[in-house]
Design a protein around this ligand. Structure first.
Ligand SMILES: C[S@@+](CC[C@H](N)C(=O)[O-])C[C@H]1O[C@@H](n2cnc3c(N)ncnc32)[C@H](O)[C@@H]1O
Length: 111
């Protein structure tokens, strides 16, 4: 199994551990507004980070039939890229502390 963890998710996790009261609101990513803002810049984000994401998936050796866990998946950019690679015989599980971000990822997966 391959496990993807975004650096920002790790940073956010460290922030929450230092301030557990933020957990209730899932930190800065917990609001619907944060998810909407993140979604609004999807095209720019994918254009900017797309090549790096593909390189990361290469290095993680994500291929047909693979099983991938994406921790802190956000809008699902990397999870969707992994899903394209593993294909119908593979599995990608995208997790995130923010329900709003996961809804954004689910919507992107349906498109
Ligand atoms: C900057 S976004 C990055 C999303 C995606 N990995 C990317 O690079 O486009 C960071 C994400 O990590 C999530 N996150 C932060 N702390 C987390 C935790 N402890 N567990 C799961 N997800 C977490 C946030 O909700 C947010 O969606």
């Amino acid at each position: 199994m391959s496990i993807l963890i975004s650096c920002r998710a790790l940073f956010e996790w460290a922030t929450i551990v230092k301030n557990p009261h933020q957990l209730a609101s899932s930190g800065i990513w917990g609001s619907a507004r944060a998810a909407a803002d993140w979604q609004r810049v999807t095209a720019d984000r994918v254009r900017f980070f797309g090549p790096v994401t593909e390189r990361m998936l290469d290095l993680a050796d994500i291929r047909s039939g693979g099983r991938v866990l994406d921790v802190g998946a956000g809008a699902g950019d990397q999870a969707l890229g992994a899903a394209r690679r593993v294909g119908p015989t593979g599995v990608v599980l995208a997790t995130d502390i923010s329900a709003s971000m996961l809804e954004t990822a689910a919507a992107a997966a349906r498109r």
